[in-house]
Design a protein around this ligand. Structure first.
Ligand SMILES: NC(=O)c1ccc[n+]([C@@H]2O[C@H](COP(=O)([O-])OP(=O)(O)OC[C@H]3O[C@@H](n4cnc5c(N)ncnc54)[C@H](OP(=O)(O)O)[C@@H]3O)[C@@H](O)[C@H]2O)c1
Length: 325
């Protein structure tokens, strides 16, 4: 038997149960991982609330963790018991002492990266990899806008942008978060709790606006984001921290300067073992070279996942949050 976080219905943090369960034996293409550290992500709150639907209920929760291979299926040849691995895609259930998942979702960890660092960076760092390097290939000298810059994904974005010579304007909701984003490489910050984001972006870009705007806040920032994109630029809407963007009239894209919009997911980019490995190699190299430091702002025991989710959804966290089994 092992312990995991499980939901039997959708709702607030009170629906998160910490239960005993019987981990499965891995199928031919699967691996069983003993998790040593787990990453908390905003998407976990969407599956809990019902904004996103798990395949069935009851369901495990979570997609990001790192640990040791405990058992391998008969068709798995590139992993063996004892290997240090990490993952950020695949079936729900990472918020658990052990997780069984297809081997194609696992990458081997370099010795220099600890389990906790890996759990804190896989999903968030790989997300920034595809957003800055694939969805739009940012270039040195460009000025971009990134919402929630002091959050988990946000601090990776600040550092990765700095490494690429990109000027990242980060939005934040407090002075402390502004300082943290700046310390991690943001070129400028805007406190969107009281500053006029559009006006500040116009000032900072001398009227040019941004070739690309990254918005994971969603409902509350969508309108303002549209006004920060340069003509024929790209708005990347990649999250719903304040609620989902709905009811969009496509004509708005014409009015704002024939701009483009995309709604990407990590799972659509890291959709093969080869692509996942290539993205992870890039992330690991930046961490090993010291250009990206993994900021773990909070740690909770796995049993306290509800408390961790309350803090994340309540805007009380900075950087990454880990859950320790
Ligand atoms: N599409 C993808 O592939 C993908 C992958 C990973 C993550 N994401 C998305 O990226 C976002 C960041 O994820 P994360 O796990 O790193 O979380 P996070 O950024 O650490 O936390 C969310 C942040 O959003 C800001 N926020 C603004 N309005 C909010 C509201 N009404 N309620 C709560 N937070 C609000 C808060 O920062 P301030 O206090 O500074 O406003 C908060 O700290 C999420 O929207 C997530 O769904 C998308």
């Amino acid at each position: 038997m092992a312990k995991r976080i499980q939901i039997s219905r959708h709702g607030g943090p009170e629906v998160l149960d910490y239960v005993d369960f019987q981990p499965a034996e891995p199928g031919p293409d699967e691996v069983r991982v003993r998790n040593r550290a787990i990453g908390l992500n905003f998407i976990d709150t969407y599956y809990r609330s019902g904004l996103y639907q798990p395949p069935a209920l009851p369901s495990g929760l979570g997609t990001e963790a790192a640990g040791e291979v405990e058992a391998v299926g008969s068709a798995v040849s590139h992993l063996k018991v004892g290997d240090r691995v990490a993952y950020a895609t695949g079936p729900l259930g990472a918020c658990s002492e052990v997780h069984v998942l297809p081997a194609q979702h696992l990458v081997k960890l370099p010795d220099s990266i600890s389990f906790e660092q890996a759990a804190a960076m896989m999903l968030k760092g790989l997300t920034v990899q595809y957003l800055l390097r694939q969805t739009y290939q940012v270039e040195a000298g460009q000025t971009i806008l990134w919402h929630a810059a002091a959050g988990g994904v946000g601090l990776f974005a600040c550092q990765w942008a700095r490494a690429l010579g990109v000027q990242l304007i980060g939005t934040v909701s407090s002075k402390e978060k502004a300082e943290l984003a700046k310390a991690n490489g943001a070129w400028a910050t805007i406190d969107y709790s009281h500053e006029d984001v559009v006006q500040r972006v116009l000032e900072l870009t001398e009227g040019a606006k941004c070739p690309v705007v990254y918005d994971s806040v969603g409902k509350d920032t969508w309108e303002r984001s549209l006004d920060c994109v340069a003509p024929r630029g790209l708005l990347v809407s990649f999250g719903n921290a304040s609620g989902a963007v709905t009811g969009v009239n496509l004509g708005i894209l014409a009015q704002k300067g024939a701009i483009y919009v995309t709604r990407p997911t990590l799972f659509a980019y890291a959709n093969s073992a080869e692509k996942l490995q290539a993205m992870a190699d890039e992330l690991f190299a930046l961490v090993e070279s010291g250009q990206i430091k993994v900021e773990i702002g909070q740690r909770y025991p796995l049993a306290d996942t509800a408390r961790a989710q309350i803090a994340l959804a309540g805007r009380q966290t900075t950087g990454s949050t880990t859950l320790l089994p």
